[in-house]
Design a protein around this ligand. Structure first.
Ligand code: FAD
Length: 579
């Protein structure tokens, strides 16, 4: 059967951006064969029938129109078989260790049998489990903690955002005095505040229990470790349960990095300890100027602690462009006791007066100070080494990461891995997306992780958000870019909010004006960045963004205006140039 490009609207000579199958692949009806990208959209050309690909007539970069021959298929009338999709050859496959027999069907029976077992119930794990169940699989979800939801729901995204909301209300009330409205100093009842945070967490984790039941996903509680390529042993409170499986999705997540030279002391805490909110220390050191450290600093600053931040690099939030973090830096410089950049902590000593910390600056000069609490927020390490992955023939690198291909498969084709345990960025939305890919591939669908970007957000005050290419990255990679920058000092909405320090920066490809990246700093930047993420995924250009009518007055207008700054069509400011 000859397969030709179907009716694709008014488009002609549309470039092929991906060939999604290879000669010899079995495809089901409607499986995507190639991806084409017009000025306006990316489209997949689906297979009109099931069969085996015999010849491929196009390559990436070729241009096609309606009627162009793209493939020859030997039609079979049957669909692609489950697990019959070959993983793309890549590092994951090459890294597979020891000759442990790989199989997509369990040989020995466990106490419980799963068609798909998911190890870990964080955002990646529960998403994978629920999606696999919705696709008809018998799913078992293994979790060592009493509640589902992993780091994100229990000790990460959600409790931190509940506290950040409270911090925002406190600081906004404080700042109202300059607008003629004064509130009394807030009285903070830590027990009630903790209870509010816990109730938000409880609502969400309890919701997961209900969603598991509704989908008949069986929960096995306890610490799971592999004992073979198709078996996991789960050590729980009531003894050991063995779970045999046809396919497995590892979603074991990560945990905070501890620094070995820092003594164990209740005055030294990690992000989990900070979220417990035992007290509000008078002086707190935040060791690490990344997203998690700065979010916690924001909470404790609002609650009344005097904050010092120490960061090894020459800027806070090292992943973001320097100009974008500047408004945040300027604001916290005015609120915090100290922000030490290009500084490292070389020693911490427990004394009666507090934790005595020795710092060393970039000139090698040492100084020390004493704090009531030290929050260590220097990163997270993956849990790959804790699951006996070698028993299943799954490779784990020295740091604890598990390599996967674009279908989330490890070197063992019937075992997938997702979320923090497969690599950076360690973010819940990445874990969720990967969880869906793994579950769909496990259920026999042809899915790939092909996202163009993963947005990052620091929910500090102001928020910092970015996605796609940053200017720093473009410079390092020698990619020529141009930018459109709109300062929020000219945004009616931002000024009405009493804030003028924000900025929206859009990064464009000068050859075709397509959006490549975006960075936003300001209140609600985390919500605003999604429009830019969608624009990049859809291949939008500056005119698309500039000609889309945004409601006035909103912060979202700043995306519109940044595109107009690039185009030179802005009227609310002097245009930087005419294009
Ligand atoms: P995890 O959430 O780490 O879940 C893994 C689960 O597996 C855990 O429940 C663990 O108990 C279980 N498990 C592990 N090993 C076993 C085993 N052997 N047997 C049984 N169970 C096991 N990300 C964002 O996107 N936005 C944010 O705003 C954000 N804020 C954060 C704030 C803080 C303070 C922290 C610490 C993290 C934050 N993150 C945020 C990161 C986010 O929480 C993680 O990226 C996300 O939780 C990773 O999901 P995961 O499914 O890979 O694993």
């Amino acid at each position: 059967m000859e397969i030709k490009v179907p009716d694709i609207g008014d488009f002609t000579d549309v470039p092929v951006v991906a060939v999604l199958v290879a000669v010899g692949d079995s495809v089901a009806e409607e499986d995507p064969l190639i991806e084409i990208e017009s000025d306006k959209a990316t489209m997949e050309v689906p297979s009109p029938a099931a069969g085996v690909v015999k010849e491929i007539k196009v390559a990436e970069g070729d241009k096609v129109s309606e009627g162009s021959l793209i493939m020859v298929l030997e039609a079979s009338g049957g669909g692609a078989s489950e697990g019959g999709i070959e993983p793309p050859a890549d590092a994951a496959a090459e890294a597979a260790p020891a000759p442990v027999a790989a199989t997509g069907t369990a040989t020995g029976a466990g106490d419980v049998h799963a068609e798909v077992v998911v190890l870990g119930s964080g955002p990646g794990g529960y998403t994978a489990a629920f999606r696999a169940a919705d696709l008809g699989k018998k799913v078992v979800l293994i979790e060592k903690n009493p509640t589902l939801g992993g780091v994100c729901l229990n000790v990460g995204c959600i409790p931190s955002k509940a506290l950040l909301h409270v911090a925002k209300v406190i600081t906004e009330a404080e700042e109202m005095s300059s607008h003629g409205v004064s509130f009394a100093k807030p009285e903070i009842n830590l027990d009630e505040l903790r209870a509010f945070k816990d109730s938000v967490v409880g609502q969400l984790t309890g919701g997961l229990d209900g969603l598991s039941k509704g989908r008949k996903v069986q929960i096995v509680r306890g610490m799971g470790t592999f004992t073979g390529p198709n078996m996991i042993s789960v050590a729980g409170e009531d003894g050991v349960t063995t779970v045999s499986f046809d396919q497995c999705i590892i979603a074991a997540g990560s945990e905070p990095v501890a620094l070995p030279f820092i003594p164990e002391d209740e005055r030294v805490i990690d992000s989990t300890g900070a979220l417990e909110l035992k007290d509000v220390p008078e002086r707190m050191l935040v060791l690490g100027g990344g997203i998690i450290g700065l979010e916690m600093a924001c909470v404790y600053d609002a609650l009344g602690s005097k904050i010092t931040v120490v960061e090894l690099m020459d800027q806070i939030i090292p992943g973001a462009d320097k100009d974008v973090v500047k408004p945040l830096m300027n604001r916290i410089k005015g609120r915090y006791e100290n922000i030490f950049l290009k500084n490292k902590v070389t020693a911490v000593e427990a004394t009666d007066a507090g934790m005595k910390v020795t710092f060393e600056d970039d000139k090698g000069e040492s100084f020390s100070d004493t704090f009531d609490k030290v929050l260590v927020a220097v990163g997270r390490k993956p849990n790959g080494k804790l699951i006996n992955a070698d028993q299943a023939g799954v490779a784990v690198d020295d740091r604890g990461f598990i390599a996967v291909d674009k279908q989330q498969r490890t070197g063992q084709p019937h075992i997938f891995a997702i979320g923090d345990v497969v690599g950076q960025p360690m973010l819940a939305h990445k874990a969720v997306h990967e969880g869906k890919v793994a579950a769909e591939v496990a259920a026999g669908h042809k899915r790939f992780f092909d996202a163009k970007l993963i947005p990052s957000v620091a929910y500090t005050d102001p928020e910092v958000a970015w996605c796609g290419l940053t200017e720093t990255e473009a410079k390092a990679k020698g990619i020529k870019v141009e930018k459109g920058v709109f300062p929020w000092a000219a945004s009616g909405k931002s000024l009405s909010n009493g804030r003028s320090e924000g900025m929206t920066k859009l990064i464009f490809d000068p050859s075709d004006d397509r959006l490549l990246g975006a960075c936003i700093v300001g209140t609600n930047a985390g919500d605003l960045i999604s429009e830019c993420a969608l624009a990049i995924e859809m291949g939008a250009d500056a005119v698309d963004l500039g000609h889309t009518i945004h409601p006035h007055p909103t912060l979202s207008e700043t995306v519109n205006f940044a595109a107009e700054m690039f185009e030179g069509t802005i009227t609310d400011l002097m245009p930087p140039k005419k294009r």
